[in-house]
Design a binder for this molecule. Structure first.
Ligand SMILES: C[S@@+](CC[C@H](N)C(=O)[O-])C[C@H]1O[C@@H](n2cnc3c(N)ncnc32)[C@H](O)[C@@H]1O
Length: 440
């Protein structure tokens, strides 16, 4: 990609500085980025996401290239340097032009007085990168571009597969679509995409999924506004069918926002079955409502805490419960790369406690013979089979309904897709059936 000038780099540096200071990437870009022309906005986004994807490696390089560490508060300058190192390394930008444009962005990025330093550090990188490579290979965070705690956790949990999962976590993810199969066939949808000039491939593991050769703004997707197509990773599309919603059976989506899986469930339910979509986050609930409006489908939407059903449950049991629990997100770092920066090892046991509390609270809402699908986008056994296994061990009326599938890996309980397998995100699924009822 040719260096296109200072403005998008300056705006990207401001965005990245905010994320380095603790803001979530999911909160979206600042106004400086939104004000850019579409091509420059796309460039700024690529720079920020790319830099975050390789952040642990770029931070290591920066540490080696600076004479003295940067002041903690020099976030604007740090962001600009990291963006420069990304472009002149992993980003695949013409290095000298990218350095030139990054130096030119210093004033706009809020680091005007550091122009000389930016120039010196990036030129030093161009001279010394060959010599640094050997040292870099010895430092796990730099080698794998993931935080040390996560590298260790994956080595422990997936001794045969951790390297592939880490490499996949550094790659750009595909833009994957879900086809509303109750309204249009997958090949028919691909033909519509082709007419719109978009190349796609069917994802073999997932009957509803189509991966685009190149990401595009959703406005360019034929049938998006009408709900024929939705943007959703292929592994996320495995969830709703695993729940096997029975005709007319009431379904609870207990952590539903922004509604990706709710929408999919609504494509699968039959005979007027009610879907109840719950989430505790009122702002995310608004996004769920917008999703439902676009899909032109209806669900009962509730704001409430999945751990405290007394606050929202009407006492009528559910035939199926989907618990897509809040988790470490370690299976989706390629899409949300700020997880590498913001997530800490200490978060994992706290998340596992929340997940267990949710299972515990939701179980009484399930009718005998009913099924609960526990899902996370985590790769860590502590949030997955350990949570589901402890629940089964503690509940005599719960048994596993095993998942037989061509994808993923069987765990002690449940099944795991690791990041990059089938070009999918990393996801975990466990099906827990309640004994009794017609099947019991
Ligand atoms: C993994 S996301 C759900 C994604 C969603 N199922 C989808 O497919 O679009 C987890 C969700 O859990 C919600 N959440 C977190 N704590 C919760 C709680 N105590 N009760 C209900 N929802 C909660 C978050 O607001 C977040 O929207």
């Amino acid at each position: 990609m040719a260096a296109r000038g200072a403005a998008p780099r300056a705006a990207a540096a401001r965005w990245l500085a905010g994320v380095l200071e603790g803001r979530s990437l999911a909160a979206g870009p600042p106004r400086a980025v939104e004000a850019l022309a579409p091509a420059d906005r796309a460039l700024a986004q690529e720079l920020v996401y790319g830099t975050l994807r390789f952040l642990p490696r770029l931070e290591w390089r920066l540490g080696r290239l600076l004479e003295r560490p940067l002041a903690r508060r020099a976030t604007a300058l740090r962001a600009l340097l990291l963006l420069g190192l990304y472009q002149a390394g992993e980003g695949g930008f013409p290095a000298h032009a990218a350095v030139h444009a990054t130096v030119a962005a210093a004033a706009g990025a809020g680091a005007a007085r550091a122009r000389g330093l930016v120039n010196a550090v990036l030129r030093r990188w161009l001279r010394e990168r060959g010599a640094l490579a050997a040292a870099e290979a010895e430092v796990p965070e730099a080698r794998w571009a993931h935080p040390a705690w996560l590298i260790e956790a994956l080595r422990r949990d997936w001794p045969q597969r951790w390297q592939a999962a880490l490499e996949a976590g550094n790659r750009r993810p595909p833009m994957t679509l879900r086809v509303a199969l109750d309204r249009i066939g997958r090949e028919e949808a691909r033909a519509l995409l082709a007419e719109a000039g978009l190349t796609s491939r069917p994802v073999p593991e997932v009957p509803s999924a189509v991966a685009l050769a190149e990401p595009v703004p959703v406005e360019r997707l034929p049938g998006f506004a009408e709900g024929l197509l939705s943007v959703q990773d292929a592994a996320a599309q495995l969830a709703a069918p695993l729940l096997e919603p029975p005709p007319g059976g009431r379904v609870l989506d207990a952590c539903a926002a922004p509604g990706g899986k709710t929408g999919h469930l609504l494509e699968l339910v039959r005979d007027g079955a009610e879907v109840v979509a719950l989430d505790s986050d009122a702002r995310r609930i608004e996004r769920l409502r917008a999703t439902l409006a676009r899909l032109r489908r209806e669900a009962t939407v509730l704001t409430g805490d999945a751990r405290a059903p007394a606050g929202w449950w009407d006492g009528r049991p559910f035939a199926r419960i989907l618990l897509d629990a809040p988790c470490s997100g370690t299976g989706v770092v390629r899409r949300q790369p700020d997880i590498k920066l913001h997530r800490r090892a200490a978060d994992v046991p706290a998340l596992a406690r929340t997940q267990a509390a949710m299972l515990e609270a939701l179980w009484p809402l399930l009718e005998p013979g009913g099924m609960l699908l526990y899902v996370t986008c985590s790769l860590l056994r502590a949030e997955n089979e350990a949570v589901a296994g402890a629940f089964l061990a503690a509940h005599a009326d719960a048994e596993e309904a095993p998942i037989e599938a061509a994808w993923g890996h069987a765990c002690r309980v449940g099944r795991q897709v690791l990041t990059g397998e089938g070009d999918m995100d990393g996801f975990y699924f466990a099906r827990l059936r309640k004994r009794g009822g017609a099947r019991g």
